[in-house]
Ligand binder design. Structure first.
Ligand code: ZN
Length: 182
């Protein structure tokens, strides 16, 4: 089970290969590449994905970082989309009160995040989790960019980064800073 640094390093150096494979696949299967900015942002998304399964490690930096991201995303979706607030038919005109509502919703999601994160190397270290995770990233991308090629790309590279982590956990061990095959 390699550590954070190893996972991140693999993520960094694997991204060009994943991009190349995606490009070749897009030519064979005849679908378009995403926008340039998405390919560039994809680097960060891929590297983060390659350590994402370890958010089930309660005290990890990533666990706390993803909690902040989750809260921010909840605030963003609720504030811009007014999903919950309109479901309850609350007609809030004031921009500050509307934000406050979204903020409280975000905090609630943060509490839920702590409650539902399962034990370390449990269900989050499975391929099923990678698919759900990729689906969330893809849907979020579509929501923000309204572009299916962008959504498909970020969704697929997220799954790839996540699966890369699972493969490393499963087949490699780290001893005294050295990586070896299990
Ligand atoms: Zn792991």
């Amino acid at each position: 089970m390699p550590n954070f640094n190893t996972h991140v390093n693999f993520g960094i150096y694997f991204y060009p290969f994943v991009l190349l494979i995606y490009k070749i696949a897009s030519q064979f299967l005849n679908f378009s590449m995403p926008e340039d900015k998405i390919i560039a942002i994809g680097f960060l998304i891929f590297v983060l994905s390659s350590d994402m399964p370890d958010i089930d490690h309660n005290h990890s930096l990533l666990h706390r970082f993803v909690k902040l991201l989750t809260i921010s995303a909840a605030i963003y979706f609720e504030f811009t989309g007014e999903i919950i607030i309109s479901y309850f038919n609350l007609n809030v005109e004031d921009v500050f009160l509307r934000f406050l509502f979204s903020f409280l919703f975000g905090i609630l999601i943060g509490i839920l995040y702590e409650l539902i994160i399962p034990r370390h190397r449990g269900p989050l270290h499975t391929v099923w989790a990678s698919l759900i995770y990729g689906g969330i990233i893809g849907y979020g991308t579509f929501y923000i960019t309204s572009n299916l090629n962008n959504a498909l790309f970020l969704g697929i590279i997220s799954v790839s980064g996540y699966v890369l982590h699972l493969i490393l956990d499963r087949y490699f061990v780290e001893k005294d800073g050295k990586l070896g095959i299990r």
